[in-house]
Design a binder for this molecule. Structure first.
Ligand SMILES: Cc1cc2nc3c(=O)[nH]c(=O)nc-3n(C[C@H](O)[C@H](O)[C@H](O)COP(=O)(O)O)c2cc1C
Length: 191
């Protein structure tokens, strides 16, 4: 069993969700390349535990456990529906509760879904700065799908599938690097 965990965090506030579909497909693609364990958190399903607390100090044990899953995962896939030209406020609230050092150096694939292609840069202009605050390592290829890329909440676009493949291939090299044992100590130079 792998000790590496890929966690998909989807900022959807309703179910079923196109964003959750995109996040799951990306997590799955990366898991197939790496053999890593997978975990998925949809805000819609954990909202009672996370949105009822305004601070980390007042969160329930269930909410604390969910935040710990986010903080201890080795790789993240963070996705959100576009709401009012940004990620959902619910997702931002969760990030307000995450420890500010906890994501440093973690590889992150950024993803979003929207009604309009005009908001396709939400990953670069909104999600990337948020993850930069945490010093996370957001990867170059981001994912953006519109409603017509789905049929009945299932992905139905070869272009998006190809993009997922590219994003997960990029991330896979970081997972391999994370999984490698520490380098052997250097031999002392001989005279
Ligand atoms: C409150 C609300 C605000 C939205 N704002 C935008 C927006 O600003 N730009 C956009 O392209 N789509 C917008 N949409 C459409 C959603 O982003 C789109 O339907 C998305 O795929 C929904 O994802 P989900 O199925 O994961 O909930 C909005 C939808 C809702 C309900």
């Amino acid at each position: 069993m792998s000790s590496i965990t890929i966690l998909g965090l989807s900022g959807n506030v309703t179910t079923p969700s196109r964003t959750a579909t995109l996040v799951r497909a990306t997590v799955q693609s990366l898991a197939e390349k790496t053999g890593a364990e997978t975990d998925i958190i949809e805000i819609a399903t954990v909202a009672p535990h996370l949105l009822s607390a305004l601070t980390r100090a007042t969160i329930s044990p269930e909410g604390e456990a969910i935040l710990r899953r986010i903080e201890t995962a080795d790789v993240l896939v963070v996705g959100s529906p576009v709401y009012r030209a940004s990620y959902t406020g619910a997702l931002k609230h969760v990030f307000d509760l995450v420890g500010f050092d906890a994501l440093a150096g973690k590889p992150v694939i950024l993803a979003a879904t929207g009604g309009s292609p005009l908001h396709g840069l939400v990953t670069d202009h909104q999600l990337r700065p948020l993850l930069a605050f945490f010093r996370a390592l957001s990867l170059p290829t981001t994912l953006y799908a519109v409603e017509s890329d789905f049929i009945d909440y299932r992905l139905a676009s070869d272009a998006i599938a190809a993009r997922i493949e590219r994003a997960s291939s990029e991330a896979a090299s970081f997972v391999s690097a994370t999984a490698l044992p520490s380098p052997a100590p250097r031999l002392a130079a001989t005279a």
